[in-house]
Design a protein around this ligand. Structure first.
Ligand code: GLC
Length: 798
């Protein structure tokens, strides 16, 4: 069953059946102001922080599940009938309604009572101002008189203030209306103002939520809309809203455009922004927004026989990966803003995936992570980057909502709270950044440590590697500590196979960097460490058919052939291959076991069979319901690891089968099972051992996006930057005859056309650049374009 379709021309997803099983969300904003909105304009807007500076309110876990939002009500002033442009909150009309989620904007279109209406939400390019672009058209054969009412509910900024201690919050915020501008003022804060205004002189306004809605009513049937007259309410204290009323008379066929602006600042800022954001300027910003995304997407465009893959890579997968890097992971309908900052491992992985389209943000994320590394070599699991800014942000007077800065000794947690994998990801992310950008000097930049002192980026990386070399258990495998990538596997002083493999991967990447920098002694020293890790892992972790997942503190191996529960795990087996620890035979056998035990039509489960007995030695995963999340769900994030592993083994058919199973775009016609949006990877899909098998949950904020993008572009399509060359090493289904990848690398453009006449899965016979045979593509001067012909065939890959 479908609820909508991809409009790839316009780079939109169009929802034309509004009663989707769960909210389908989208993001607006590209800078400090961002918002998350669903297919009915439910959602919220924040400025810089979703915990401390929320502009509009969201009631998570509410019924319905997705309100309030940024709504426009229409009222027929002859009949008194009313509806809303974005379907919710009124719920009329259902039949002729459409939502278009685009890149950085959403448009809601309704047709009811012969009035065509639309509302587009997006954020201005240069100012913290949300724009509501509203259009109306009279499709009836007679003159119509309508009232238009905007509605949004202001928040008390701080999530905690919004949800507790109302004896204070209710007296902290005020509102007023001056010269067509509503001002919301959180009086306890220094810069606690927002404005809401419009490009027309309003016929009425209300600033008080409860006056607008009326007693014992909801957003569905506000008293003000029912009566058709605003009260002109405002007050110091209470709950505030932004309602501006406009009376409109439309001749048959006549159109009207109304612009509303919601922004940071008080009355004066509102007036300035109203001057600035004329309809022409709004159009210009909308075009600039499209150009902004166009520039990013154009860094890598593909044309392959797989339509789902094309839709993902050319549009939605990059968009989702970028959103994670731009906004981190804490603003959604699932992450509702009560925690913020950067998760160490999540950010390190996100930042590795899009340095080609967002080098600046990836670089600044890497620096933030490097600053949150301890001199001991582990990262702070969850931290606020501003704690480690060289020049701390100035804080004004202390108010109850001021963002607290804990003392350094509270910030730097001990090893008991360290996750064994957190910082290891950063090593490869830094190396990947240098491979993409060629910025070798980054390695020698000075960066501080979280607990004091400073060192170069290169030295930071060494400390990370040395930490994992030291922190090994009885068998020489890295300790599991509080957790590894799997938050729910808590092996403590026990040992984690995955972490030793990650260590090896990080070592290999670091060694390549050291060699490139001419630091051969370092390279030799770490090569020895890598050799020990490889030998030890193979000796201790191989179980005859696959690799075990770890060893508990009391010495029990988990993930063995004898285990009845948690027999095969995806993390250890995929990383055994990716890290190069497994030899070819082991790799094939391990990945065959992954396929045999974990494959489902919706992707690979994380582990199987599920745990049903609580086992504290293994950890929290044994307390998770079977089939959900880390206990045998199709956890999306590690699925691409399997694609990379299969590609490294040269099995393109298998790799693409796994890709397709998880691919959201290919599930567009199975929404009755998937439920969630088909334009976003979800954190997990419910596994085989649960009644809701196949149901996807938690869109957008997941490392699956970045990993899917990276695995598909660099390992399946095989276009991989290295320090001095762009490598071409595809691994694709045997029946692919040809495909193309157009990629920007260091400012030059590579138009790569790959032919596969022999029907191989892997292997490159020749590469011709502008007619000349080469072994890999050199870095060309920025601005140049070249045409590359690649011939796949039965031969060793490059
Ligand atoms: C969540 C966390 C991530 C973790 C994963 C598996 O997605 O954000 O850090 O790796 O769960 O437990």
């Amino acid at each position: 069953m479908q609820y909508g379709h991809f409009d790839n021309e316009k780079r939109e997803y169009v929802i034309d059946r509004v009663d989707v099983p769960v909210s389908w969300t989208n993001y607006i904003g590209i800078g400090d102001m961002m918002g998350v909105f669903n297919h009915t304009a439910g959602g919220y807007l924040v400025y810089k922080s979703s915990e401390y500076h929320r502009i509009t309110r969201f009631r998570p876990n509410g019924v319905p599940m997705d309100g309030p939002g940024h709504y426009v009500y229409l009222r027929d002033d002859e009949s008194g009938d009313h509806w809303s442009v974005s379907w919710q909150p009124v719920g009329k009309p259902k039949e002729r309604y459409r939502c278009r989620h685009g890149l950085g904007y959403s448009t809601y279109e309704s047709h009811y009572s012969d009035i065509a209406a639309s509302q587009t939400l997006f954020v201005a390019m240069d100012d913290p101002v949300e724009i509501w672009d509203v259009r109306l058209k009279n499709d009836s054969g007679r003159e119509r008189t309508l009232s238009v009412f905007s509605y949004l509910e202001f928040s008390f900024h701080h999530v905690a203030m919004d949800n507790q201690n109302f004896q204070m919050s209710l007296y902290a915020a005020g509102s007023r209306f001056v010269d067509g501008v509503i001002e919301h003022d959180l009086y306890y804060e220094q810069d606690g103002y927002q404005f809401f205004t419009s490009d027309f002189a309003p016929d009425g306004f209300d600033c008080l939520r409860d006056t607008f809605i009326g007693p014992y009513r909801t957003e569905r049937d506000p008293l003000t809309v029912e009566r058709g007259i605003c009260q002109g309410s405002f007050e110091k204290g209470g709950n505030h809203c932004g309602c501006l009323q406009k009376k409109v008379t439309l001749a048959p066929g006549e159109e009207e455009r109304l612009i509303f602006l919601l922004g940071e600042g008080g009355i004066e800022a509102g007036k300035r922004m109203r001057e600035k954001y004329t309809p022409a300027r709004v159009d210009e910003d909308f075009r600039r927004l499209a150009a902004f995304w166009d520039q990013k997407l154009s860094c890598l465009q593909i044309e392959t026989p797989n339509g789902g893959l094309d839709t993902e890579i050319n549009i939605w997968n990059l968009y989702q990966s970028e959103i994670n890097v731009m906004f981190s992971r804490f603003t959604s309908f699932i992450e509702v803003g009560g925690r913020v900052g950067l998760g160490y491992r999540d950010t390190a992985q996100d930042a590795m995936m899009v340095p080609h389209s967002n080098p600046d943000k990836c670089r600044s994320r890497l620096v933030e992570l490097l600053r949150a590394l301890t001199t001991t070599g582990y990262g702070l699991h969850l931290f606020e980057p501003r704690w480690f800014e060289p020049v701390p942000e100035k804080q004004g007077f202390k108010s109850p909502t001021v963002v607290p800065t804990p003392d350094r000794k509270e910030i730097v947690h001990g090893i008991k709270d360290a996750c064994a994998d957190d910082a290891l990801w950063l090593v490869s992310s830094v190396v990947q950044f240098i491979r993409e950008t060629g910025d070798l000097a980054f390695a020698d930049e000075d960066v501080t440590y979280a607990d004091g002192g400073e060192g170069t980026v290169y030295e930071h990386l060494k400390r990370i590697l040395d930490f994992s070399t030291r922190e090994v258990g009885r068998n020489g495998i890295c300790k599991g500590l509080r957790a590894d990538w799997n938050d729910c596997l808590n092996l403590g002083g026990g040992e984690s196979a995955m972490v030793s493999f990650l260590h090896l991967w990080a070592l290999n990447n670091f060694i390549a960097l050291a060699e490139r920098l001419g630091r051969h002694e370092d390279a030799a020293r770490y090569r020895k460490v890598a050799e020990t890790v490889r030998r030890t892992s193979r000796r201790v972790l191989w179980d005859g058919k696959w690799f075990i997942r770890g060893i508990t503190a009391d010495g029990r191996k988990i993930g063995t052939q004898e285990d009845e529960e948690g027999r095969v795990h995806m993390e250890s087996n995929t990383w055994a291959v990716i890290s190069g620890a497994a030899d070819r035979e082991q790799g094939l056998s391990a990945m065959d076991s992954v396929y045999e035990y974990l494959f489902t039509p919706y992707g690979l489960m994380l582990n199987a069979p599920c745990y049903t007995k609580v086992d504290e030695g293994i950890g929290f995963v044994t307390r998770v319901y079977p089939g959900l999340k880390e206990n045998g769900a199709i956890f999306s994030h590690p699925n691409p690891w399997a694609w990379v592993a299969e590609a490294m083994l040269g099995r393109g058919d298998r790799a693409m089968e796994l890709y397709d199973a998880l691919c959201p775009a290919l599930q567009n016609d199975r929404i009755e099972i998937r439920q969630s949006e088909p334009y976003s990877y979800c954190q997990f899909v419910v596994g085989r051992d649960h009644t809701a098998f196949g149901r996807a949950r938690h869109p957008f904020m997941t490392g699956s996006a970045g990993w899917a993008y990276y695995a598909a572009t660099q390992y399946l399509l095989g276009v991989r930057p290295d320090f001095d060359v762009l490598r071409i090493d595809p691994c694709v289904p045997a029946d692919w005859k040809e495909f193309s990848v157009t990629r920007t690398w260091r400012g030059a453009r590579y138009k790569i056309h790959i032919l596969n006449p022999e029907g191989v899965e892997k292997g490159v016979r020749s590469i011709r650049m502008n007619g000349q045979e080469v072994s890999a593509l050199p870095a060309l001067p920025a601005g140049q374009t070249c045409c590359v012909e690649v011939l796949m065939g039965k031969q060793e890959s490059l």
